[in-house]
Design a protein around this ligand. Sequence first.
Ligand code: PLP
Length: 352
Amino acid sequence: MMPPDGFPPAPPAALRLEIDRDALAANWHTLDRLSGKARAGAAVKANGYGLGAAAVVPALAGAGCRDFFVAHWSEVPAVAAHVPPAMISVLHGPLTAADAAYGVAMGTKPVINSAHQARLWRDAGGGICDLMVDTGMNRLGLPLARIGDEAIRGLDIDVLLSHLVSAEEDGALNDIQRRRWEEARRSIPHRRASLANSAGILLGEAFHGDLTRPGLSLYGGIQRAELQGVIGQVAHPMAAILQVRRVGAGETLGYNATFTVPHPMRIGTIALGYADGYLRCWSGKGGMLSQGRRLPVLGRVSMDMTIIDLSAAPDLAEGDWVEAEYSPIAAAARSGLSQYELFTLLGNRFAR
Ligand SMILES: *Cc1c(COP(=O)(O)O)cnc(C)c1O
């Protein structure tokens, strides 16, 4: 079928992000089980941590998730396409009267972070909302000292939440934050309480409240040793080989000639570059996989392409696909990127 503008449909991209929906659903079930009596929600901000809201939200809803967190109001429609808007919370809260009006019109909850936001919400005729209290991050959220403000007292609060600074470490800060969160729970009426992100779930029952908010670990990220072996890889970036060539000893590859060919080699150029989030930090370090074989990245990653060594895969030809090595712990260690960055960088040229 021709699209309405009369142009033929564009062919599929030469790079795609394969999302293992079964692994995603299994990760949610694992985190929900580890949350004990609390229920696991899901942080799906930044387009489902870069994996694509259209893929991850239905899979999470299908698994049983009922609470979805985004950062911006502009992220609501992609989630509301798959779940009722009342299941969505907007972490940044209303910054303008237009934000608050949109929340009211959609029936989506803001996370209120200040007395000013509380007034914006109530002036717009807003009803049920969430409240973020700051217990040590000093980033976004109501300072505990302001919890008695008249504007805050007037809110109809569903989830009372706070956010842990370093749940992946066993420092003193976790308990300090937990005690401040408990103080907030005693100070203001609310329906449900929430503190833990992915790593926070592993800190035990005292951190669970009624609702946990994993993000990274749903998508395969592992920040605490307890999750190794129980959280599965979800994101598999794939790219097609655009060209295959033979190069002789002494030739150089790619921009700035950073790789000199030591002996005759068969190499391939793949349709994946830093514009896709495969940053230049992978130059000379990354690898592609094909049927268990590792194909190292040679020379600099460029904007739309990367050169790889095909010596170990003589069967691969133009048009064949390879998978980027992207197992989160190893990929983060090798690239110097955080696991969060690895996922959220993945660009919009990937077919998802
Ligand atoms: C992003 C975010 C989360 C999820 O954190 P992860 O470390 O990815 O599990 C939870 N709560 C809030 C407030 C967040 O901003």
